[in-house]
Design a protein around this ligand. Structure first.
Ligand code: HEM
Length: 366
C-alpha cells in the first residue's frame, strides 16, 4: 500500500485507465462479496444468496487480491507486471460467472505476484521486500491447495498470512523513518517466518493446531503496537492522524484475533469462526485499506483523494460494527451479530461516499 509512494514518481502517466478499470472490477467484486456475506448471516439481499458459497474467495482473491497485485505491479513499474492484477480481475469475473477456470486464474495471478516480488527483492533486498515475497508465496501455496479442492477453512490461515505479511511489510518500510532497534527488526522477521510456516502447516494437515498461528499473530500485532510509525504520527493532525488511527485499531484487532486463535479452537464454521476470520479480514485488513486510501488511490489510479475529517466516519463505523458483531458471535446473539455484520457492509458504502465528499470538498489544513 505504501510502497507505491516510495517508488519512482513519474511526471506523466499514460495508462491510468486500465488500472482504474481493474479497480472498478475489484470494487464490484467486493460489493458482491458483501451481499454474499450478508446472505451467510441470514440477511439475503439482491444477488447475495447466489454467491454466498463464494463469499470468502470473492473478497480475498477477487477483491483485495486484485488491489494488492495492482499496487505491487505499479511499484515495479514494468508493463509485464500488470499480468498479475489482470489475471486476478479475470478470475473475479469468472468467479462471478460461476466458471470452473476461476481458481486456476487466481493461482496464475498469485504466481505472477510471486514473480513481481522476486524482481523487487533482486532490486532491493531488504527485510520488507523479503516479507512481501514470503506473503505472496504463502498466498500461492494456499490458492494452489484451494484450486485442488481444499476447503476454505483449511487455506484460510494462508490467505490471512498473505494479508498480514504484506501489510506488516509495507508498514515496516514506512517505519524506517522512525528507526527501530536492529534486534526488534530481526525479531519481527523471525515472527513472520514462524507465522507463515504455521499457516502452511494447516494446509498439509487440516487437523493441525492453530495456536502457534495465533500466538505469532498476536506477537506481530504487539510488535506493531510498540514500533509502528503510527505510534508517533497519531500525535500529528490531519491525514497522519487518520492513517495512524486505522493502523493502530487494525493492530488491536490483530492482537485480539491472535489471542482468540491461541486460547480457543476455531471450528470450520459458525460464530467463533466468524469472529476469528473477520477480526483479521475486517478489523485489520479493511481498516488498513481505509487508512491508506488517500495514499493508494492517487498512486495507483492517479485519482487524488485529499484528506477530509469525514473519512473518520466509515472508519469508526467499521470498528464499532465489528465490536457488535464479535460480541454477538461470542454471546450467541444472532440479531447483534447481524447488526454488526450489516454495519461492516454499510461502512464500506459510507467509505465510498466519504471519498466523494473528500474529493468535492478538497483538502483540509494539516
Ligand atoms: C463486510 C462485511 C462482511 C460480512 C457481512 C461477512 C460475512 C461472513 C459470514 C457470515 C461468513 C460465514 C461465517 C460462518 O461460518 O458462520 C463469512 C466467512 C468468510 N468471510 Fe466474510 N464477511 C464480510 C467481510 C469479509 C472480508 C472483508 C473478507 C476478506 C477480505 C471476508 C472473508 C471471509 C472468508 C475467507 C470466509 C470463510 C468462508 C468459508 O469458509 O467458506 N469476509 N463472512
Amino acid at each position: 500500500m505504501v510502497a507505491v509512494t516510495m517508488s519512482r514518481v513519474r511526471p506523466r502517466d499514460d495508462a491510468p485507465w486500465g488500472r482504474r478499470g481493474l479497480l472498478v472490477i475489484a470494487a464490484a467484486t467486493a460489493l458482491t462479496a458483501v451481499l454474499a456475506g450478508l446472505a451467510r448471516v441470514g440477511l439475503g439481499l439482491s444477488m447475495g444468496p447466489a454467491h454466498a458459497a463464494n463469499h470468502g474467495p470473492l473478497f480475498v482473491l477477487g477483491g483485495f487480491g486484485t488491489v494488492i497485485a495492482l499496487e505491487r505491479a505499479v511499484a515495479l513499474a514494468h508493463p509485464a507486471a500488470m499480468a498479475a492484477p489482470a489475471l486476478s480481475a479475470a478470475a473475479a469475473v469468472s468467479m462471478l460467472g460461476g466458471l470452473a477456470v476461476a481458481p486456476w486464474l487466481t493461482l496464475a495471478s498469485s504466481v505472477a505476484l510471486v514473480a513481481i516480488n522476486v524482481v523487487i527483492v533482486r532490486r532491493q533486498a531488504a527485510a520488507f521486500t523479503w516479507l512481501m515475497l514470503l506473503g505472496s508465496v504463502v498466498l500461492a501455496l494456499g490458492t494452489f491447495a484451494w484450486a485442488r479442492s481444499a476447503p476454505v477453512f483449511t487455506v484460510m490461515p494462508a490467505w490471512m498470512a498473505f494479508f498480514v505479511l504484506t501489510i506488516v511489510a509495507e508498514r515496516l518500510e514506512l517505519s524506517r523513518l522512525a528507526p527501530t532497534p536492529t534486534w526488534a527488526s530481526r525479531f519481527l522477521v523471525g515472527l513472520c517466518v514462524s507465522f507463515a510456516v504455521s499457516a502452511l502447516v494447516r494446509i498439509i494437515s487440516d487437523s493441525a493446531v492453530l495456536w502457534p498461528f495465533g500466538l505469532t499473530m498476536a506477537l506481530i500485532a504487539g510488535w506493531q503496537l510498540q514500533y509502528d510509525l503510527a505510534r508517533r504520527t497519531i500525535r500529528l493532525a490531519g491525514l497522519p492522524r487518520f492513517t495512524a488511527t486505522g493502523v493502530l485499531l487494525g493492530a488491536v484487532w490483530l492482537l485480539v484475533t491472535g489471542v482468540l486463535f491461541t486460547v480457543s479452537d476455531v471450528p470450520p464454521s459458525g460464530p467463533r469462526y466468524d469472529a476469528a476470520l473477520h477480526g483479521v479480514f475486517v478489523g485489520f485488513v479493511l481498516s488498513m485499506v481505509f487508512a491508506h486510501a488517500p495514499i493508494i488511490l492517487p498512486a495507483v489510479a492517479r485519482v487524488p483523494l485529499p484528506y477530509h475529517p469525514v473519512l473518520f466516519v466509515p472508519l469508526l463505523l467499521l470498528h464499532l460494527g465489528l465490536v457488535a458483531r464479535v460480541v454477538g458471535d461470542v454471546s450467541a446473539d444472532l440479531p447483534l451479530r447481524q447488526v454488526g455484520s450489516a454495519a461492516n457492509g454499510v461502512a464500506l458504502a459510507v467509505f465510498v461516499l466519504s471519498t466523494l465528499v473528500a474529493r468535492s470538498r478538497g483538502p483540509v489544513a494539516g
